[in-house]
Design a protein around this ligand. Sequence first.
Ligand code: RIB
Ligand code: CA
Length: 315
Amino acid sequence: MAPIATVIDTDPGVDDCIALLAALASPEIDLRAITVTHGNVELGPALENARRICALAGRTDVPIHGGAARPLLRAPYRGKFHGRSGVGPLELPSPEVDVSAEHAATALARMLRAAARGDTPPLTICTIGPLTNVALALAQDPGLVAGVARIAMMGGAFQAGGNRTPSAEFNILADPHAARIVFASGAPIVMAPLDVTHQAMATPARVETLARLPGRVAAAVAELLAFFDRKDPARYGSQGAPLHDPTIIGWLARPDLFRVRRAPVEICIDEGPAFGQTIADWWGVTGQTANADILTGLDADAFFAWLGETLGRYS
Ligand code: RIB
Ligand code: CA
């Protein structure tokens, strides 16, 4: 199968860094650009981290675009588990690629327009942060959706409950209005919610296996994962770090490792306890048309074998 023409929209972010490193090494993914958004950290540090991760990966061929510095309407909202730098204690190499002068939303719209015309393959937009850039791109011209192969996102929560409020997951909560625009756009959506990312626990044994891989990328990943360990087995069922963002990269490369269920999903934008909640109509009681394929399970051992094999390509 031809590599998937992909743009990753990201707020690096500890788990974003691992997702980017996996995507950059994955033969199944043709990474056409990285677009950066506010989220875990402010846009400035997020851009710096994206540039430095590409330097760690030895890649100077992937354009990096800066995007939205804040959500569409709500107050800016930051991550909790990434440290002030966004990458915990990790020292990353100096950047080797400058930030493009083209705004992320403009770049996404340009690439979607080319895909809609048939000049390029349909574009997979893989979002691993808040959805502000994608909403800004799609809002420019509803016809751009014709260029979307799928929006493959890490985001949302169902039976798992939220990670920043009882009902909402961070990427959606950080810009619920953008999420509402994206889910109403008609673009095909694949979601990796907390329900599946909590099944991708980087336990100490799995981190040790990754750390044994040769090369500087594996050492950086092991350091990131040690920092990201939640040390909360009551919440997560084991020690370790929930590998949120790499999960959707894993789906792109190895969809056979995942279980999927299709349903209509709506985003709550009412101020209050459900603000930012993703609501799935699992049993079709609303009569709404399904708009999302929701990843509900994965073969965790096979996922980590894939991750090790992919990161091992750097050595
Ligand atoms: O809720 C998990 C998501 O929020 C991940 O994308 C993590 O990087 C943070 O952005
Ligand atoms: Ca992220």
